[in-house]
Design a protein around this ligand. Structure first.
Ligand code: HEC
Ligand code: HEC
Length: 465
């Protein structure tokens, strides 16, 4: 997020300062295992991209811990169903995001339990700071605000800590607890062997010793293996002025728009430059938490209960901010690297194409009837021929009320951020971007996909000029 926040941020900071000396305040987070934290720092320093891609990244063999992590990451025998590994939902062929377009993935002992949120990509997590209510923004300008951490609500402090959730969540790998994970590890010959090579046979003897090593192994793999942070997009070539990095006119216009504070303003949250803090290359996120009011997704089974709301930072998956109403509805800004390869978008997977995601930003306020259900109206007998079909709602209604921000309880709707392109402008007025600009922006977003082959991958249709 940036400084153009209509005073909202100031208000949040004041409320926070006040909350800090009154109850209830969140309990201090448990100290992370020092080995995990130290490892993360060391690995972030060793990331090739961190030195600005000035030379070809050195190829280093994975440490034994990371090799064990690699084996574990792909081992379905660590799940209760025997059929699900980390890679089932985080597919390396899809930038470590789900390969399918389901809004939420299925898991559990029989593979029939639906999850609650869309699966993120695991690429480019190496610079993620741990969550803080007042995180310094990597843009070096914005005031400190909620940011950082892993998962859509930032509730895990490290990749190692995060790994515990899928291993034990009843709707994911569904182990009853750490002891069950270790039991399954012992029974899976290849994983047990890799684990013993890394940590010694004694480490498998007890859950208390073994489980943190499982976490360490999974974290080491994600931090060390170059496939999690290749920095091989066209945009990287462009940033570092490498051959093949020349943007087409449409891509260049899209980038300008992405950064233009008076139009797209995407870089206000999806930081498109190297960080001023730690020199991290452009991560396309500033890790900040924002409420942008994405529509409720009726495809998520949990949402059949009308009283169920996933309000991110203040719960229900995260429990320590339940008494901070000003945080309700906020989710972590995701990186936009590889966004064009995603098949579901936003925390609840309600949107299924990049074009639709960009159009949501452009017309959430000016055409809310395209995104949120209308109640009390009746379908228009003869719909206008120019009624757009790109939204979630393709039926045109006469009368009725549009349920704007229907995935947020009414009391929290005021938390929705008011900066461009979601500046809360009136329905029926002009959207911030023209059709041409929407197209240009999508062209730019496509340059964020890894494994770009200069001269090989053709520029996306419509992006040449
Ligand atoms: C059934 C699908 C599924 C499986 C299996 C799964 N994940 Fe995930 N993963 C998810 C979802 C969904 C989220 C988002 C969770 C949330 O926000 O509460 C996630 C989030 C994450 C994140 C946080 C990413 C971020 O953007 O902050 C990491 C890291 C992660 N998973 C690693 C793993 C590892 C390691 C394993 C194996 C031990 C694993 N996952 C197994 C679905 C899955
Ligand atoms: C106020 C901060 C902010 C601004 C400005 C912003 N975004 Fe986002 N963006 C977010 C947050 C927060 C999310 C996740 C919201 C959620 O899931 O509830 C997100 C999610 C996305 C996603 C979905 C990614 C995924 O992995 O599911 C896309 C695509 C996206 N933004 C593109 C853009 C574009 C393009 C612009 C400019 C037109 C933009 N954003 C401007 C904060 C912002």
């Amino acid at each position: 997020m940036n400084t153009r926040r209509n005073g909202l941020l100031g208000a949040a900071v004041v409320t926070l300062a006040f909350a800090a000396c009154s109850s209830p305040s969140p309990p201090p987070p448990p100290p992370p295992s020092p080995s995990l934290e130290a490892l993360a720092k060391a690995a972030a320093r060793a990331i090739p991209g961190a030195v600005g891609l000035t030379s070809a990244p050195p190829v280093r063999p994975l440490t034994p811990a990371a090799q064990a992590g690699k084996q574990l990451f792909f081992d379905p025998r660590l799940s209760a169903s025997g059929a699900q590994s980390c890679a089932t939902c985080h597919d390396p062929a899809h930038a470590y995001a789900p390969a399918n377009d389901l809004p939420v993935q299925m898991g559990g002992p029989h593979g029939t339990s639906p999850g609650l949120r869309a699966g993120p990509s695991l690429r480019y997590k190496e610079f993620t700071p741990r969550y803080a209510d007042l995180l310094d923004n990597p843009d070096g300008i914005s005031l400190p605000a909620p940011g950082g951490g892993f998962a859509w609500d930032g509730r895990a402090d490290s990749l190692g800590e995060q790994a515990q959730a899928p291993l034990t969540a009843p709707f994911e790998m569904a182990n009853e607890g750490p002891a069950a994970v270790v039991e399954r590890l012992r029974a899976s010959a290849d994983s047990a062997a890799a684990f013993v090579r890394a940590f010694g046979a004694a480490a498998l003897a007890s859950t208390t010793v073994a489980f943190p090593k499982v976490q360490l192994a999974l974290q080491s793999f994600q931090l060390e293996d170059p496939s999690f942070h290749p920095y091989t997009s066209k945009y990287d070539l462009y940033l570092y002025r490498k051959p093949g990095g020349a943007l087409t006119p449409a891509e260049a216009r899209g980038l300008k728009l992405f950064k233009d504070k008076d139009t797209g303003n995407c870089s206000g949250c999806h930081l498109s430059e190297a960080s001023l803090d730690d020199g991290a290359p452009a991560q396309l996120t500033d890790y900040s938490f924002e409420a942008i009011g994405v529509p409720r997704n009726p495809q998520i089974p949990a949402n059949r209960d009308r009283r169920y709301f996933d309000v991110g930072l203040c719960g229900p998956l995260r429990e320590d901010h339940a008494h901070f109403p000003e945080f309700c509805g906020m989710f972590k800004t995701p990186t936009l690297r590889n966004v064009a390869t995603r098949r579901t978008f936003f925390h609840n997977g309600v949107i299924h194409s990049l074009e639709q995601a960009v159009r949501f930003y452009n017309t959430r306020d000016t055409r809310p009837e395209l995104w949120y259900p209308t109640v009390g109206g009746r379908p228009k007998a003869r719909p206008d021929p120019d009624f757009p079909t790109y939204g979630l709602i393709t039926v045109q209604y006469v009368g009725g009320t549009v349920q704007k921000f229907n995935d947020l309880p009414a009391a929290y709707r005021k938390n929705v951020d008011k900066q461009l392109p979601l500046d809360g402008r009136a329905a029926g007025t002009a959207p911030p971007m023209t059709e041409q600009q929407v197209n240009d922006l999508i062209c730019f977003l496509r340059t964020l996909t890894d494994d770009y082959q200069p001269g090989g991958t053709p520029t996306a249709p419509g992006c040449e000029s």
